[in-house]
Design a binder for this molecule. Structure first.
Ligand SMILES: [Zn+2]
Length: 413
């Protein structure tokens, strides 16, 4: 083997070893490199028996390099192969599953519905990233809706509204519309009134424990059969703030013997004495529960596809009762199990981080351990899901046959 052949063989072997090691994220193997090397370079074949001796030290050297060094070196030796690697990564990134029945809708419309009760950590980045990707893929539209209707236990943080929008912008996505649920109380009240008139809801003053006991044994409370005029009058008194927290709720009349007790006559509205931190919403005391508010909003804002955690499976079922009363068709639901965001295990909730900060275990939201989406420097590519799997998807809940045409999606309020 002359020097010219040896040099070419070393360079070819090195490029192959780098490519294989990077592609499989593991050590390159001499055996795996010999075949392609001789296949692509027929003039090496006559030196077959010496070639392994040339390749082995090259492979050993490559396996001693860091990923960064391997990439740099491959870029020098064979830039086109580095590009090939990167484009393979790219196509895997785009490997989100198709949305169900996307062709049935004029426009795919999805929403991220953050609770602005604190700034985001990196786990929150997956929702807008995935929705942003779908928006690109289907040329759809992306709504951000702040589900800020719990002024007490999930009290909104006034700075979080803008911080969350900044984070979405930072991730490289632009919402088409932004709304706040706390601006829409009158809309929820109107729908509650309509529901009451249809016999779909009743006011209940049972103490919580007493009601639970009845409910768990599949029995109705004494309030269930009252006439709807009385319910309406009591609901108006709730709206006017004439009750205090815990005194009364408005329940959706579902199926008191439903096999899943969580779906039996659930609470749609309750009283909260603590004023909302937003001045515009500070006078309201009668607040919708999340299932009622988000169910109404998804329909009114024309959301076609919802992505949500498997833990919220009951939400769709609860809301299904309201959709049936109104004759609405439930949006398509995709449940996700767990979207891996690089090495981060995304288990921290905003409230658990808040607790750690308050306990002094974290130095505030900018502490990288809080994994706030920006504190850890996650840019668009880092936060984009590298693999996505829908572990489960649930059939439509409502039984109506067509999408409601009576309600036109509102513009931003
Ligand atoms: Zn009752």
């Amino acid at each position: 083997m002359d020097d010219e052949i040896r040099e070419r063989a070393e360079a070819e072997a090195e490029a192959n070893a780098l490519f294989n090691a990077l592609k499989h994220d593991s050590d390159a193997q001499v055996g795996a490199i010999m075949g392609p090397l001789m296949g692509e370079n027929p003039d090496f074949r006559e030196y077959g028996d010496q070639l392994a001796g040339v390749v082995a030290p090259v492979v050993e050297r490559v396996n001693g390099m860091s990923t960064e060094e391997k990439r740099d070196r491959l870029g020098e030796l064979a830039p086109e192969r580095l590009e090939e690697l990167d484009s393979e990564d790219e196509s895997e990134e785009y490997d989100l599953p198709g949305l169900p029945n996307a062709d049935d809708y004029d426009e795919v419309r999805m929403r991220a519905a953050p609770n602005p009760n604190g700034p985001w950590h990196i786990g929150h980045a997956r929702m807008p990233s995935v929705i942003g990707r779908y928006k690109e893929r289907y040329d759809g539209s992306f709504l951000v809706r702040f589900d800020d209707t719990d002024p007490e236990t999930k009290r909104p943080d006034l700075d979080a509204y803008d911080a969350i929008l900044d984070d979405i912008d930072y991730l490289g996505f632009e919402p088409d519309e932004v709304i706040r649920a706390s601006d829409r109380l009158e809309t929820y009240y109107d729908h509650a009134r309509e529901l009451i008139e249809m016999g779909g809801a009743y006011t209940c003053t049972c103490p919580q424990e007493a009601f639970s006991e009845l409910k768990n044994s599949g029995e109705a409370c004494e309030h269930r059969e009252k006439d709807h005029e009385q319910t309406l009058a009591e609901f108006e008194a709730m709206v006017d703030g004439e009750y205090s927290a815990g005194e009364i709720v408005l329940r959706v009349r579902t199926d008191i013997e439903h096999k899943n007790p969580a779906l039996r006559d659930w609470v749609a509205f309750r009283m909260i004495d603590t004023p909302h931190p937003r001045e515009e919403a500070a006078d309201y005391r009668c607040w919708p529960m999340l299932d009622f508010q988000s169910g109404i909003d998804d329909h009114l804002t024309g959301v076609t596809h919802i992505i949500r955690g498997i833990d919220l499976q009951d939400s769709a079922k609860r809301q299904g009762f309201v959709y049936d009363y109104f004759g609405w068709e439930y949006p398509e639901v995709i449940h996700w199990g767990h979207v891996q965001v690089d090495a981060y295990d995304v288990s921290m909730s905003t409230s658990s981080i808040k607790e750690l900060i308050e306990a002094g275990e974290l130095d505030g939201w900018e502490d990288p351990r809080a994994r706030r989406s920006r504190a850890c420097g996650a840019g668009a590519s880092a936060a984009r899901p590298s693999s996505t799997r829908w572990r489960d998807s649930v059939p439509r809940v409502a039984t109506s046959t067509s999408r409601c045409r009576r309600c036109t999606p509102p513009t931003a309020s």
